[in-house]
Design a binder for this molecule. Structure first.
Ligand SMILES: NC(=O)c1ccc[n+]([C@@H]2O[C@H](COP(=O)([O-])OP(=O)(O)OC[C@H]3O[C@@H](n4cnc5c(N)ncnc54)[C@H](O)[C@@H]3O)[C@@H](O)[C@H]2O)c1
Ligand SMILES: CC(C)[C@H](C(=O)O)[C@@H](O)C(=O)O
Ligand SMILES: [Mg+2]
Length: 367
């Protein structure tokens, strides 16, 4: 069997702790199921800066470009607060997204039945929740130029970020959202702020045109992004697929994370366009959470977002749909058994650490 090449970038803080659980899972799949994964590892974020002064080296960037899929942990932390902006840990992740042209970021927020009662929201609000945020990932204010701080010479400075979207960027991300909606509940809600932003006006216009031209069988709603944030907390089950820009998608997905019980639960897939010849997409899979410096090194991080990101990798990069379903079912089963890391703990449940949670999920998956 041809090997499936995975490039692992564990990063900083709890990144390596969560990645260790996925490494165990990959080894178990190779040993017990003959899955044929080949892995290589590199450095990203603060650890890469410490090693060679950049948030990701050109050599590791080349390996990421060549891999069938990249698994990414998390980057950042207070240790690197003072490093120059251009080489801060987060720059490594942004370079991966931009250079690999990973324009489509899929962030599913699913409330596992066992966690419905432990959410900070009322049980009936989150029970059975299954929504998908489709975040544009290579454009908008994250990458628009100019992006700078200029000295005005009068004791004042000016910080500038630029929100830019071109038609093709909005067309291709809304196409991804409409296609995915067809495999779900056939409903897309597009979020922007057309009431204050020109890019929001264009976003609204292009999504509407794309819908009319190719996807009129899908139900489409438009919502202002601030109202969208409010509606996500008020009654999230009104949504199926939400499509939005880079910055709104960043914030709305952190809000959605709490609907699932913890940010330690939310996986994501960042996908490029299919290659014209091979049909393969460049892809990176990462949890939505960060390096969690406050709990790093304590062995208590929730590895589920990282493991569920690997399930997305099985599904989207390797077409291993049965294995992906089985892995997600294993996560649900372990939660049903009452195992909880600290972030999702509630009375009467069994508190476990990162390793125990990972082991239990792997055992269920293989069993
Ligand atoms: N993709 C990424 O690498 C990524 C994403 C977000 C933030 N960051 C970076 O991470 C650093 C910390 O950022 P932050 O504190 O705003 O966000 P964070 O997601 O790291 O942490 C927010 C809170 O959630 C908790 N948390 C996060 N993941 C958890 C998990 N798996 N299990 C249990 N608890 C978890 C943390 O303990 C913390 O209290 C910053 O440098 C930021 O830039 C990186
Ligand atoms: C770490 C940071 C660059 C990143 C982002 O803002 O996109 C993170 O918050 C995320 O949600 O993936
Ligand atoms: Mg974020």
């Amino acid at each position: 069997m041809a090997s499936k090449n995975l490039f692992l970038l564990a990063g900083d803080g709890i990144g390596p702790e969560a990645m260790a659980e996925v490494k165990k899972l990959i080894k178990a799949m190779n040993d017990k199921l003959g899955s044929g994964f080949a892995t290589d590892e590199g450095l990203v974020g603060g650890c890469a800066y410490d090693a060679h002064g950049a948030a990701i080296s050109d050599a590791d960037m080349a390996k990421a470009m060549a891999a069938d899929a990249v698994l990414f942990g998390a980057v950042g932390g207070p240790k690197w607060d003072a490093v120059p902006y251009e080489v801060r840990p987060e720059a490594g992740l942004l370079r991966l997204r931009k250079d690999m042209e990973l324009f489509a970021n899929l962030r599913p927020a699913i409330c596992y039945p066992a966690l419905a009662a432990s959410s900070s929201l009322k049980q009936e609000v989150v029970e059975g929740l299954d929504i998908l945020i489709v975040r544009e990932l290579t454009g908008g204010v994250y990458f628009g130029e100019p992006k700078q701080i200029i000295d005005l010479g009068n004791g004042q400075k000016r910080g500038i970020d630029t929100q830019v979207y071109d038609t093709f960027e909005i067309e291709r991300i809304s196409g991804v959202a409409f296609e995915l909606a067809r495999t779900r509940r056939n409903h897309v809600t597009s979020m922007e702020k057309r009431n204050v932003m020109k890019s929001g006006v264009l976003w609204n216009e292009v999504v509407t045109q794309t819908h009319k031209a190719k996807y009129s069988d899908v139900k489409l709603d438009h919502m202002l992004a601030d109202a969208g944030g409010m509606q996500l907390v008020r009654w999230p089950k009104q949504f199926d697929v939400i499509v939005t820009d880079n910055l709104f998608g960043d914030m709305l997905s952190d809000i959605a994370a709490m609907l699932t019980g913890s940010i330690g639960m939310l996986p994501s897939a960042s996908l490029g366009a299919p290659d014209a010849k091979t049909k393969k997409r460049k892809a990176l899979y990462e949890p939505v959470h960060g390096s969690a410096p406050d709990i790093a090194g304590k062995g208590i991080a929730n590895p589920i977002a990282m493991i569920a990101s690997f399930a997305m990798c099985l599904r989207y990069s390797f077409g291993m749909v049965a294995e992906a379903d089985k892995l997600e079912a294993a996560i649900a089963a372990v939660l049903d058994d009452g195992l909880r890391t600290k972030d999702i703990f509630s009375a009467g449940m069994k508190e476990v650490g990162t390793t125990e949670m990972g082991d239990a999920i792997i055992a269920k998956f293989l069993g």
